[in-house]
Ligand binder design. Sequence first.
Ligand code: 4AD
Ligand code: MG
Length: 473
Amino acid sequence: MDIKSIVSKDPIGEEVEVKGWVRTFRSNRFIALNDGSTSKNLQVVIDFENMDESLLKRVTTGACIHVAGKITESLGAGQSVELAAVSLEILGDANADVYPLQPKKHSLEFLREIAHLRPRTQTFGAVFRIRHAMQFAVHKYFNDNGFFQVHTPIITGSDAEGAGEMFRVSMLDPENPPKTEEGEINWKEDFFGKETNLTVSGQLEGELFAMGLGKIYTFGPTFRAENSNTTRHLAEFWMIEPEVAFNDLFDNMDLAEDCLKYVIKYALENCMDDLELLAKRQEDEEKQLSQDKRTIPLLEKLQFVADNEFVRCSYTDAIDILKNSKPNKKKKFNYFIDEWGADLQSEHERYLVEKHFGKPVILYDYPAKIKAFYMRLNDDGETVRAMDILFPGIGEIVGGSQREERYDVLKKKIEEFDIEEESMWWYLDTRRFGTCVHSGFGLGFERLISFVTGMNNIRDVIPFPRTPKSAEF
Ligand code: 4AD
Ligand code: MG
């Protein structure tokens, strides 16, 4: 029986068998056993006078054991039932002299170095059970709302975001690549007969399917070769990208807000044990900090976001707020905001969310110059129907837009952005045949998990983080 069933059902008097990993063994009598099914440990009680002593010596932190016995009521604090062991078998030893995990608090940095063992810790057990629940909630949300999931390609020839931050996919000999007559690398001789890369976004292919199936979403890995070493960036991350025919920018905002609230509520309704554990963790971490440096308690924060309307604010209004803000006037921002058109840095986004509005914010109608080519141009000729959703402690969690559906305008944009038109023939075709208003957005899955778990570093919410100079495991 798994430990989750035991601690949730309290089957007193039942004979059970349990397998799991030893968290602690104290007084030669009490084993805290965990099998990953829940954050709760099962207390196994050993009658040490009737057990082989050499066997008990091998019950160390990290050892894998198999115990059989009877569930009894527990007199100790902290659990209602325990397992009175009748037999115990060691499945896998963990030599305490060399096993890196000990029953004490390890730093997250240290645990990152042993990412192959961190799933066995309480914190990471909780994070990854929540991660699972959240991906399930995402699929449930879209399925229940009539969306179809589309598996967009991972290898592609396009740079959807036009930012050029792509990982090349090539089978050419790096020492001696074939050359064209002009002396350039001849990609025609490469595996796919053209230049290819790992996808930065499934959006463009997603749009093609929205133009046939109406409401679609993608949920897949995306790759960005940007040299950003921050607590919010990964080189490999997972993204959810819905795309909806006939939705305008405001329908798009409604969808994103509804989706975020749904998945956060799902966590509150289905992951309480793990959330409580992480809430306590955050509280402990912040004990040393002064009151004003502490963040809102995790559960309160999640409930607040689930229950309150997001603020909607145009880029132009946001610039006015920032220009006149204290940190800007006192030159406290690293990037001074002096004029319309400036790209917002995460310090500005966080000021708006955390200090000015105190709520999630949807910024929209950004300058065309700082956004991607596919966004719909507004009548002012200066701004595009873009939106970013900014969350407390996270900054941008969603980026989306209404798409340019007018063939001529899109074609002109492609030229202006210096994108090879021939490579976009299939994308342009959707605007030549049966075009319509449509919109979509991208939700960064790890940023969502960071928010929900309160884990401050994005490296701690993905099983095996890929960042500049780091691809271990
Ligand atoms: O804003 P981005 O770049 O938008 C797109 O890729 C669009 N094609 C989405 C769309 O309209 N379908 O990325 C979307 C989201 C960001 O808001 C952020 O949450 C996340 O993806 N993201 C990252 N997460 C982790 N590490 C990175 N390097 C990320 N870059 C973006
Ligand atoms: Mg963005």
